[in-house]
Design a protein around this ligand. Structure first.
Ligand code: BES
Ligand code: ZN
Ligand code: ZN
Length: 494
């Protein structure tokens, strides 16, 4: 999708007028002027609800269509994003060429002091709307395989506003492109995205966006003694990888933030095998890793003045003659021993090595891990917020605020020591399963053990938000959750 900037709407073929419900009476006379006749009755038909679309056709002249786009109760970055998303989903395969978003001085949106953020939201939504989930479809010409015809958006506004709007549109585009990139990672099935493929994608992403990528292969992981990651990988024919991504912004005294993402490219559960219904969703069990990669991309593209280190331990969790079995004991990177009571609690095992590694080798100021970690978190919060676990109130407040502004919300759950005894092991330092009660909390308590009393660590359980109804298909797909939240958080540090 290309974006162009215009000082006028005179050459527009497809004019888009976005409005919230309250704008409707103001807009009508203007519209009548544009289309050259009375539009009696339109108010009854078009209510400007969020994502609502009406197309008016014109018989002659350059202008062929006037498209009305509803923003619902209020014109905000989010309502613009959602409306642009549904616009592109509904009209993207029908309207050829470009659509001109009318933000000229007579537009009711013109006064918005947040016009730039509205444009950012719009461009972001349009790009997400153009995302095509049919990665492996071969049949051309079927309705859902029709290529998108809408190739561009013209932002039309007064000349003096265009520069700021250009910057906002660029930002919206970059955020969306990184989101689309990570949606691909979640949507790729286990047989198309093995850990080494993920590593290859990280290398390409680093080159394209301008951040450093270093990959530890199986031999390096063995040499480093990452026994928890290796344990999970034991049943697999595909070797694990451990990725270290780094973005060092320009400036002095940069905050050093470590991100650790669960990269399980497919989770069968291992010997503690999952039921087969919906097991295919477990191709998305690297949503945390994808969020880390997307955030690295944004930090690099937006040249954020932070020092960001992204850690991705990646493996699949499969069954094989060498697979770990319940009762096995693993020695983690930190030396802490773990009794594996349930091989399906594998995410916390690989994160344990990731957390210890980054804390012991990089001395970060803040550590954030993201993982599609527990079904229990989905039971607690559903699909509308990630579970947040931290003992640091300041960090919790900052992430809560970032989540609100990015509309990728987090909700704090407890991390009290009262839960720790559930992870007691008679034979090892800790066990990886704490029973069914408070499963999301005990998973977090397990991870805490590998943070070595770091004062600013937060765990985000994104099992309910990383993969779901994203409007991209009939079933669940990647949502792109994570990078926008972390970008808002990182920007709050600057
Ligand atoms: N990947 C799953 C968690 C998950 C569940 C993610 C649903 C997304 C949607 C994780 O590895 C897992 O299997 N967790 C177990 C933990 C249990 C064995 C302690 C679970 O949630 O049942
Ligand atoms: Zn599992
Ligand atoms: Zn898992």
């Amino acid at each position: 999708m290309n974006i162009f900037y215009h000082k006028t709407t005179e050459t527009a073929e497809n004019l888009l007028i976005a409005m919230c419900e309250a704008h409707l009476p103001v807009i009508l006379p203007l519209l009548e002027e544009k289309v050259g006749n009375k539009l009696a009755g339109l108010e009854a038909d078009f209510l400007a609800k969020e994502g609502e679309i009406r197309t008016l056709y014109l018989a002659s002249g350059t202008l062929r269509r006037v498209i009305l786009l509803g923003l619902g109760k209020e014109a905000t970055a989010l309502s613009m994003q959602k409306a642009a998303f549904s616009l592109v989903k509904k009209l993207g395969k029908k309207v050829e060429g470009s659509i001109s978003l009318d933000l000229m001085d007579y537009s009711p949106l013109r006064d918005a002091d947040k016009l730039a953020s509205l444009v950012e939201g719009f461009v972001r939504g349009a790009h997400l709307g153009a995302y095509d989930v049919g990665l492996f479809k071969t049949e051309a010409g079927t309705p859902d395989r029709k290529a998108i015809k809408l190739t561009g958006i013209n932002i039309c506004a007064a000349a003096e506003k265009l520069k700021a709007l250009e910057a906002a549109a660029w930002r919206g585009r970059e955020i969306a492109l990184s989101q689309c990139n990570i949606m691909d990672l979640l949507n790729l099935p286990g047989n198309k995205l093995f850990p080494e493929d993920f590593a290859q994608k990280a290398i390409e992403s680093g080159k394209a966006c301008g951040y450093e990528v270093s990959i530890m292969d199986k031999a390096a992981i063995q040499a480093a003694g990452m026994g928890a990651l290796l344990g999970v990988n034991q049943g697999s024919a595909a070797p694990p990888v451990f990725m270290i991504l780094e973005h060092k912004g320009v400036g002095e005294n940069l905050k050093k933030v470590a991100l650790v993402g669960k990269g399980v490219t497919f989770d069968t559960g291992g010997v503690s095998i999952k039921p087969s219904t919906n097991m295919y969703y477990m191709k998305s069990d690297m949503g945390g890793a994808a969020a880390v990669l997307g955030t690295m991309e944004l930090a690099a593209k937006l040249k954020l003045p932070v020092h960001l280190i992204g850690i991705i331990p990646a493996t699949d969790n499969k069954l094989g003659e060498n697979a770990i079995v319940p009762g096995d004991v693993l020695t983690s990177y930190s030396g802490i021993t773990i009794e594996v009571e349930d091989t399906d609690a594998e995410g916390r095992l690989i994160l344990a090595d990731g957390l210890s590694y980054v804390i012991q080798n990089h001395q970060p100021d803040v550590v954030i891990d993201l993982a599609t970690l527990t079904g229990a978190c989905v039971m607690a919060l559903g699909y509308h917020a990630a579970g947040m676990f931290t003992a640091n109130d300041e960090l919790a407040a900052a992430l809560t605020a970032a989540g609100q502004s990015a509309h990728e919300r987090v909700w704090r759950l407890p991390l009290w020591d009262d839960y720790a005894p559930q992870l007691h092991s008679d034979v090892a330092d800790i066990k990886n399963y704490g029973g069914r009660a408070a499963g999301a909390v005990t998973a977090a308590k397990f991870l805490e053990k590998f943070t070595h009393k770091h004062p600013a660590w937060v765990h985000l359980d994104i099992a309910g938000v990383a993969f779901g109804d994203a409007g991209q298909g009939k079933g669940k797909t990647g949502t792109g959750y994570g990078p926008a939240l972390l970008l808002a958080y990182l920007e709050s540090l600057i």
